[in-house]
Structure formats: structure tokens, C-alpha cells
Ligand binder design. Sequence first.
Ligand SMILES: [Zn+2]
Length: 371
Amino acid sequence: MRPTPEKIKPIILCAVLFLILFSFGNCSRNDNYPKNIVLFIGDGMGVAHITAGKIARGTLNLERFAVTGLVTTHPENELITDSAAAATALATGHKTANRAVSVSADKKPLKTLFEFARELGKSTGVVVTSSVTHATPAAFFAHVEDRRQHADIAEQILKNGPDVLIGGGWAYFIPKSNEGSRRPDDKNLLASLETRMPLVLSYDKLPGQSKKLAALLAPDGLPKAADRDYALAELTEVALRILSKNRKGFILLVEGSQIDWAAHDRDHEGIIKEMIDFDGAVGTGRDFAQQHGNTLIVVTADHETGGFAIHDGSMKTKQVTASGFTTSGHTAAMVPIFAYGPGSSRFSGIQDNARIGQTLIDLLLNREIGN
Ligand SMILES: [Zn+2]
């Protein structure tokens, strides 16, 4: 017996409703939770540092982010943070003491974004212009009581390091008997690292294709942006190419490490060059997210450096001609945050850096925020 049109109608209606609800539910889930996260940290990057970059450049990639906010940066029990405590807050969602790298003030390890990501089968990577053992990158994969334990951090890279590691710092991986070594012992970590992943020590040796990569391009920090013949954007592109091969997704940290160093030196020209280099990398990440979807881009700083202010210059000639610094150290000034992609709306307004770290972990774990 053939069903009458009256009987078919409700069946079709139900099927259509089910399809709409099902696909809508899926869409909203994808809209809220990213598969990939790229976190950009401009070390020491306050509002004036960005402004200096904009004066020199005209338009920045940072202007392509609709969601913006401000972040408080103080560590536990103090007002002024260092990079270790601030990076720990962003990497683990917990406050700690200055100089501590992803351990609590009472020295207990704090689980990091990278460690959560690895449990989900995702790949992890860091691209920095400092040594890869520096406080900011280290907070994402290492646990040490004092950021100056570079040799220990290098050892932890062998045990628990990211799949992609690009930056400087080979001096912390070679035995102390070798020229240029900064290790206190005779361990040859470079040899061990090479058994685990392709290892290169110069930019022109970077492989076109590989599943993992350690690129240690300088004994300690990379040359300044002005003295380098490759850009942070190019290094970021290499990392994205490798990491995006993992169908389960990835987490990448990119740091413009030397914005901070130029500000410590009270060098506004240096700040501008490092800012433009960093902003180029941000553009690469933003383009990737636009092309591939399901990628959250967050750009922020660990703290402001220098109490930097611009006193004179010209938008027309793209120059800063006079500037001032209230300190050679860090300040308590809030730093800006920019976000794009699934989950980006969670980063607007004024929030604390540990809250930002917690939100990144919640988004990674597809958890309701604050659970
Ligand atoms: Zn600093």
C-alpha cells in the first residue's frame, strides 16, 4: 500500500527539521571550538610599541582582528611580572612567582596547553626569535623552578619537547668541552635530538617537507630582525606547513621575543623593526586561519616593557622622531589582546592573563568556559 501524501508530508518535515538541527548544532560547535590554535606573543609589546609599528608601516596585520581586549599581567604576590610568570599564566591558566616556569609558587608542576594538546593527539610547535630554552617558549613544554636553568630546559625538550622547534639556542645542547657551549656538563643533546627529528642549524637548510623539525639557527637568541636575512613570518610558515599535516590539529606558539630586548635598550628604532617582523608573522597566521578555517589566532603580550611613549614623529614620513622610556624594566601596564576564529569572542574586554590561559585550555578541550 502506497503512503498517502498526507502521511509523507510530516515525515519529510521531520527529516528536514532533523537535518537543520543536526547541521546547525555541528556548525555552532565548530564556530565555538577551534581545531588548531596559534598563539602569538609579542614579548614586552604594549600599546605604544604597536603604535610605533603602525606609524612606520601605515597598516598592520593586527588591524585585521575584530576582537580586541586588554590583559592584566601581574604575577602571584607582586605587581610587575617577568616573562616566565606571565608565560606560565598563558600556558597553564595559573599564576606563579617570577622566574618560575610552569611550576606553581610552591614548585609543583602545572599542566600546560601543549601537554593537554598532546593527549588529544594534536601536534605542538614553537617558533621564537630567542633561544628555544628561553622563559616564554619553555613555559609551554618544560617545568623548572628558575628560568635560568637553560641546560635543564634543553634536557626537557628531549623528553617532552614540541614536534616543531624553531629558534636559537644550540649552545645549550652541546657538551661543555665544545667551543661555544653553555652547558655545565658533557651531555651532547644535539646528537640525541637528531635521532628524534630532522635537525638543521641554518635557515637555508630548512627542509621543504618533514613531519617534525628542530631548527636551532643561532647559539643563543637569533640575530635582531634588522640583521637577519629571513623573517619571523617565513619561520612561521614552515611551522604551519609541518604542523597542519596532523589531521587532529595543532597548537603553535610564535614569539616576537626581541620587542622586549629593544625596549630594555630604550631603542625605539629597534622596537619598530621587531614589531614589523612580528606583525608579518601575525599576518601569516591570520592568512592561514582565513584559508583553513577552524583555527583560532590569539595575539597578546606577556607584559609591557619600558613604559614606552611616543613623543614626536609623522604618519606622513612614517617616522618616530622622539620617544621616552620611564624604565629599563617591565611595567604593570595592561597589554592588548587580539583574536580571530572559533572562540575568539571569549577574548574581548579586560581579563587577567591566567584567565586567558584557562580559556585557551577550555577551548582546546571543548569545555564550557570556567569549568
Ligand atoms: Zn624583558
